[in-house]
Design a protein around this ligand. Structure first.
Ligand code: 8ID
Ligand code: ZN
Length: 352
């Protein structure tokens, strides 16, 4: 039976959020194109922290419920044309819905759809026990994949998988990952390894160093200890010319000031981390041209990217470095993330 009320992390104003008892949308109240998803686990992305702290130029429609790395089970559905049915294991992503008919959607670039809604911004996210999710962007979770491990793949995993593809780096080459000990970064190290790409990790502290080395990083550069990071990154490649690409997964602007300098001639910097407004990428124009360097960006991924990212985890090529704690730990996860003391990805258990 579906209960009348549920626990949800509701943000009424920019001061933060409270875990409250709120009504559950009942099956007969579900709007067309929606599925009621019983959320089991939700990853805690740094994006939710930026939004909660109100430090982005995009602000949520409050009251809002954040969370965009949800894994759960469909308990009701109001969509006769959907491939999904009650009982299916599904994921809730950052892109909550898209029109799937505009030029962007048709080209597989749903994140650019003008009708797209984002979980926690203008659609309810996964920090609630029963989410009335749009069916248009639900993701199927492969059989046998642990639901807690699946959760972070819905944002962190798909994002870095797509970013690595956008980097054009190939097997045998090197990629530098600033933020390598965090949620996105620790997955990026592993997707890169799966692609046959060597990694250079940048982050800070012994715990993150150990995590990065466990995931195959060929070098770890501590950004709080090393003063000349540019030289250290270049020196970590066999010929000293620098890595083919950098996937910037750091939420701080500093990482964007040096990446164009340390990538290899012909290489590519992929902007992924989203520091507060006012951060800039620094690129010396003369050497950007003479060394033919590229700057691209990567914004989550499409439905196929999500399926691929999950499939790679389901097959055991990537493991999700999760720290699972009860729903009440959400605030504490934010604190640890803000302090930079959380290695891997925090995941909340909505039912504990
Ligand atoms: O689609 C996208 N582009 C997308 C998708 C999902 C998330 C972008 N993001 C953005 C988030 O909004 C956030 O800005 O990616 C960034 C990283 O998200 P995350 O992985 O969820 O954050 P985290 O788990 O806190 O990890 C960040 C790591 O960066 C390190 C920290 O120590 C932490 O381990 N770090 C910091 I803070 N400053 C650094 C620096 N200067 C740094 N690492 C290297 N250099
Ligand atoms: Zn995210």
């Amino acid at each position: 039976p579906i209960p009348k009320t549920q626990r949800a992390a509701v943000s009424d104003d920019p001061s933060g959020f409270k875990i409250k008892e709120i009504p559950v949308v009942q099956p007969d109240q579900l709007e067309p194109g929606r599925a009621l998803v019983k959320v089991l686990y939700s990853g805690v992305c740094h994006t939710d922290l930026h939004v909660i702290k109100n430090e982005w130029p995009v602000h949520p429609e409050r009251p809002c419920i954040a969370g965009h790395e949800g894994s759960g089970i469909i308990v009701a559905i109001n969509d006769a044309t959907s491939q999904f049915k009650v009982g299916d294991r599904v994921g809730i992503k950052w892109i909550a819905t898209s029109c799937n008919e505009c030029d962007f959607c048709l080209a597989g670039n749903e994140p650019l759809c003008l009708q797209a809604k984002c979980s926690g911004i203008n659609a309810q996210g996964s920090f609630m026990q029963y989410c009335p999710a749009y069916t248009s962007q639900l993701t199927r979770i492969p059989d046998g994949l642990d639901m807690a491990e699946a959760a972070p793949i819905l944002c962190a995993g798909v994002t870095v998988w797509k970013a690595l593809k956008n980097s054009k780096a190939r097997a045998g080459q090197y990629v530098c990952i600033p933020g390598a000990g965090g949620g996105l970064g620790s997955l990026a190290l592993q997707y890169a390894r799966y692609m046959g790409i060597s990694t250079i990790a940048i982050d800070s502290g012994a715990e993150k160093k150990a995590l990065c080395e466990k995931y195959g990083a060929s070098a770890f550069i501590d950004f709080k200890e090393v003063t000349d990071i540019v030289s250290a990154v270049k020196a970590a490649t066999p010929d000293g010319l620098g890595p083919q690409a950098a996937i910037i997964t750091s939420p701080k602007p500093e990482a964007y000031l040096i990446a164009m300098e340390y990538i290899r001639p012909g290489g590519t910097v992929v902007a992924v981390g989203l520091p507060p407004a006012g951060a800039y990428v620094k690129a010396d124009v003369f050497f950007t041209v003479l060394h033919n360097k590229n700057l691209v960006s990567s914004y989550v991924g499409n439905r196929l990217d999500a399926n691929e990212a999950l499939d790679i985890v389901a097959k055991g090529h990537v493991t999700c470095p999760i720290v699972v704690e009860p729903f009440d730990s959400l605030d504490s996860f934010y604190t640890r993330m803000a302090q930079g003391t959380l290695a891997g990805r925090g995941v909340i258990d909505l039912w504990n």
